[in-house]
Design a protein around this ligand. Structure first.
Ligand code: ZN
Length: 83
């Protein structure tokens, strides 16, 4: 699947939200340690290393509803699909 194919899907754990955009992402700045937790596998991500950045929107009005950082496409699929 292309990353754009995930747009419009709803994460299992976040009903009422839809995926806006998925992109390859990593931080270039080296000034501070920045980490985030993958909502699927609970791994701690170093945001300076390559990961997926997902923007979420409210399903009802498409207002921005935050960002999620995931390890890779496998985690993205697991997060979006029922298990
Ligand atoms: Zn993960």
């Amino acid at each position: 699947m292309a990353l754009s194919d995930y747009t419009g899907l709803t994460p299992q754990a976040e009903p009422g939200m839809v995926v806006g955009r998925v992109s390859q992402h990593h931080l270039w700045t080296m000034d501070a340690e920045q980490t985030a937790r993958c909502p699927h596998c609970d791994a701690v991500l170093d945001l300076h290393e390559r990961h997926l950045l997902v923007t979420l929107s409210e399903e009802s009005n498409y207002l921005p509803a935050g960002k999620r950082y995931l390890c890779d496409e496998a985690c993205l699929q697991g997060w979006l699909d029922a298990e």
